[in-house]
Design a protein around this ligand. Structure first.
Ligand code: 13P
Ligand code: SF4
Length: 302
């Protein structure tokens, strides 16, 4: 392993490259990355780095967002075929149809979407800033895609707006976490706080002591005096917290369910191969870039 890390570090220096990783990546990838973050932090930081090459350890929409924001940099995906199941629940045509049926609505698009979908939307959001973004929009009616669960969470915080969702939009990893699994671990750990990502279904969200994005969940645990936490989101977040906060106990309600296989597709050897061969580049046509960058830049401007 040390040998692989040494080779990665040498290639990073030679090629002026950095490695970015999402919190859902395997712990060994998070530990070798220069920047670890949630979707919003990674989008912001990829824009502000001086590196020429960004090796993006995440699913494909995350690499696409970095490539849209940094047309002068090479963005490489160690696992180019690892997509996000939620991003694939909705097509650009679905959005065209929603817009035709609701011409007075603004379209807010969760960043977990393809560049083609983003090109059809007015503004992007992530789970960290979705409430703030929706509140900033002047239109009363909002088409919120793809995730109807995140949308329902935002709708509760912004009751003055009307929301339109697409029935297919969801993350199978979070949406299929059963309330029963959470109840079972809560019975075993009655003092544990229940923390939930808003991509989870309504029954699980209703059990939350705290509902928030990846980085908000991490901040909550860091700042809490509580010693036990039940974490209802992808296991990468929980494993990182368990490693960095050894005096606290983190409980995963259903390990098999909360495992995003596409997020776990990357190994250190694949990162090394990517840097050696410079393969897996995200290529986006200029026409698509011009259309898809607008909602991301509008989000970042806020
Ligand atoms: P964050 O926006 O919290 O980084 O989440 C990304 C994601 O894929 C959630 O499933
Ligand atoms: Fe996509 Fe869900 Fe995996 Fe997040 S956990 S990357 S939303 S499939």
């Amino acid at each position: 392993m040390d040998n692989i890390i040494n080779k990665i570090n040498r290639l990073k220096r030679e090629k002026n490259a950095i490695i970015l990783a999402h919190y859902y990546q395997p712990l060994e990838i998070q530990l070798l990355a220069d920047i670890v973050g949630d979707s919003l932090e990674l989008a912001r930081k990829s824009k502000n780095t001086d590196a020429d090459v960004l090796v993006f350890c995440g699913v494909s929409f995350m690499g696409e967002s970095a490539a849209l924001l940094c047309p002068d940099k090479k963005v490489l995906l160690p696992a180019p075929n690892a997509g996000c199941a939620m991003a694939d629940t909705i097509t650009p045509n679905d959005i065209k149809e929603l817009k035709e049926a609701n011409p007075e609505s603004a379209v807010v698009c969760y960043i977990n979407s393809t560049a083609e979908t983003k090109a059809q939307c007015d503004i992007c959001c992530t789970s960290s800033n979705a409430v703030k973004i929706v509140k900033s929009i002047k239109e009363k009616s909002i088409i919120f895609v793809p995730d109807k669960n995140l949308g329902a969470y935002v709708a509760k915080q912004v009751p003055e707006k009307e929301f339109i969702f697409h029935p297919n939009g969801r993350c199978p990893i979070h949406d299929e976490l059963r309330a029963d699994s959470v109840i079972k671990v809560k019975e075993q750990h009655p003092d544990a706080k229940v923390l939930v990502h808003p991509e989870c279904g309504e029954k699980v969200c209703d059990m939350a002591d705290f509902l928030g994005s990846t980085s908000q969940i991490i901040d909550f645990c860091q700042n809490s005096r509580n010693e036990e936490f039940i974490i209802c989101t992808e296991i990468g977040v929980t494993e990182r917290m368990a490693a960095s906060m050894p005096d606290k106990k983190f409980i995963i309600p259903d390990r098999n369910q909360l495992f995003c296989a596409n997020m776990k597709a990357i190994t250190p050897q694949m990162v090394l191969n990517t840097l050696e061969n410079m393969r897996g580049e995200v290529i986006i046509s200029e026409d698509l870039r011009k259309a898809a960058i607008k909602p991301i830049e509008r989000m970042l401007a806020l």
